[in-house]
Write a protein that binds this ligand. Structure first.
Ligand code: FAD
Length: 224
């Protein structure tokens, strides 16, 4: 069943990422990591559906997405970047993407971190986040989504990788691309759950290295 829901707040997370908070329908339930099809409630856009992941938690009285805007796609996210409080989104029922299977290593490329946000927030809230690690790759430091929140939740188990500039921040460990040696230096145990989400090239290379190191990773391809 489709729900048309009013936006109650829009926050800038980075230069091209928005946190969008909106109404929650009565009785609407979902699991951390689940996504839904989303359209914009405007003439010409109601049939253009794209998947986004809930970043709020089930027990909160609102829904939230963290969305990266791609102005050069001339698509839905460009329009999302222009939305204002009071505009509406149309969402469908939730469906599964990546499921938490226990303490492990999360590897994200750019906006590919979004399916991990609710999972990590949920674990943090329950006091069960220890034993998990997030390795987060971005082009530049200003692209890092929710850096302060991940630092608070994960402490030194939050590792940043910066590919396109010389990193300056104190939480930046690698200047370059994730490779097998880097993974071997960061991870002791390859017999634990691995959760990978990012653009296709990120997933392919990271999954390849993880498998060579003996892991059995689960992946979600975020964009082709
Ligand atoms: C299960 C799932 C959950 C997701 N959750 C989130 C989320 O929570 N937050 C989030 O930000 N994103 C999320 N995404 C990604 C999000 O769905 C896409 O970013 C979105 O669909 C893009 O829509 P669009 O209309 O702006 O672009 P589209 O026009 O739909 O473009 C889609 C793809 O086409 C290609 N493309 C089109 N035009 C161009 C161009 N000009 N240059 C380069 N490439 C181009 C790209 O590969 C692009 O990813 C999720 C994806 C999946 C599969």
């Amino acid at each position: 069943m489709a729900h048309t829901l009013k936006i109650t707040d829009i926050e800038e997370v980075t230069h091209d990422v928005r946190k969008i908070t909106f109404e929650k329908p009565e009785g609407f339930e979902f699991e951390p990591g689940q996504a839904t099809e989303v359209a914009i409630d405007k003439e010409g856009w109601r049939d253009e559906k794209r998947p986004f992941t809930f970043t709020s938690l089930n027990d909160e009285d609102h829904l939230q997405f963290v969305i990266k805007v791609y102005p050069d796609h001339d698509g839905v996210t460009e329009q999302i970047g222009k939305l204002k409080v009071g505009d509406s989104l149309i969402i469908d029922e939730p469906w599964g993407t990546i499921q938490y299977k226990g303490e492990g290593v999360f590897l994200a490329g750019g906006a590919g971190v979004t399916p991990f946000i609710a999972i990590l927030r949920d674990l943090y809230k329950k006091g069960k986040i220890s034993g998990n690690k997030l390795i987060f790759s971005n082009k530049t430091e200003k692209d890092i989504i929710l850096k302060d929140e991940f630092e608070t939740m994960l402490g030194d188990q939050f590792v940043n990788v910066i590919t396109d500039e010389k990193p300056k921040g104190d939480h930046i460990f690698l200047d370059g691309f994730i490779d097998k040696d880097f993974l071997a230096s960061q991870i002791d145990d390859f017999d634990q759950p691995f959760y990978v989400c990012g653009p296709m090239p990120f997933n392919e290379s990271v999954m390849g290295y993880l498998k060579e190191l003996g892991a059995d990773p689960e992946a979600l391809v975020f964009e082709e």
